[in-house]
Design a protein around this ligand. Sequence first.
Ligand code: PA5
Length: 341
Amino acid sequence: GNDPGGMLKALWNLPEQCEEAERIAQAIDVNFTATEIKNVMVTGLGGSAIGGDLLRVYAGGKAAVPVIVNRDYTLPAFVDASTLLFAVSYSGNTEETLSAYAQAKEKGAKIIVLTTGGKLGQMAEADGYPVIKVPGGISPRAATGYLLIPTIVIMAKIGLLPDAGDEIKDLTGHLRVLREHLKPAVPVEQNLAKQLATRFYNRLPVIWGVSGTTEVVAQRWKGQINENAKAPAYWAVLPELNHNEIVGFEKPENVLKQLEVVILRDRADHPRVQKRIEISKTIIKDAVSGVTEVYSSGNSSLARTFSLTYTGDYMSVYLATLYGIDPTPVKMIDFLKQKLA
Ligand code: PA5
């Protein structure tokens, strides 16, 4: 039908997915306390790692310990028994994550596994680590609720974060409102996701985010355009991009004309960064195809972040439609996994 692979259905179900993820994580028993933990690490790749980055930014404003994201076979040297390590793989079969898991075990880290099953699920069960088992059947990148919410709930349970129950309720309520504006039945004139897809169509998307607020969303939009629309996209973050990328808008003119820039904004962006955005717009606007700003909506930081990821998720599926492409299969990722086997 109109939704091969069920990507739109999975997107529509995101609020329910977040609620289910919260229930699943609440039922998990953890036998250590906040005082034993000096740092939190999320190890994973792709759709399973982006939840870690969302956790990093979310916890950055709230937690007394750092959250570090690891996208590699190996772990940094500081990982030890004072590390709470979330090993996250939707499939449970990603080789980098399996390798990092084995290392974490060796180093005596406090491991919690988040997966639908696979080898990772089996190994963790055999090794006696808690396994947060989430439902399978969708793309990892459509499972952001399953892959983020449990890490917040567990950190709160341990006392590393304040209780997030109210914020998750606020989030799911807001997502239910948003999906009514983003769904396929809403025509392009009223549908921001479709408008953005139209802007990006046959152009090169450049997504700018802001450190501490929308940075992960920018990365997420880029990845979603790559994986769902099978098209190139690039992202960068303010204020850092004011110290390099901004210099690259002079030449070559014909390439710059292909760039469609979207700036992701949030009311909590640093005031000096807001000023930087205004100046940066004037620097690039005549060189590129277009510059659009998209503001987050919602109350809590979680709702505001997800308001932008949700818009980008729908945008990437509509962009896939414009390119006449099924968003679900990721042939190149499968090809690589198979060649490496
Ligand atoms: O969204 C995707 O399909 C990918 O980015 C996967 O998440 C990535 O290849 C890692 O696989 P998994 O999430 O199963 O560990």
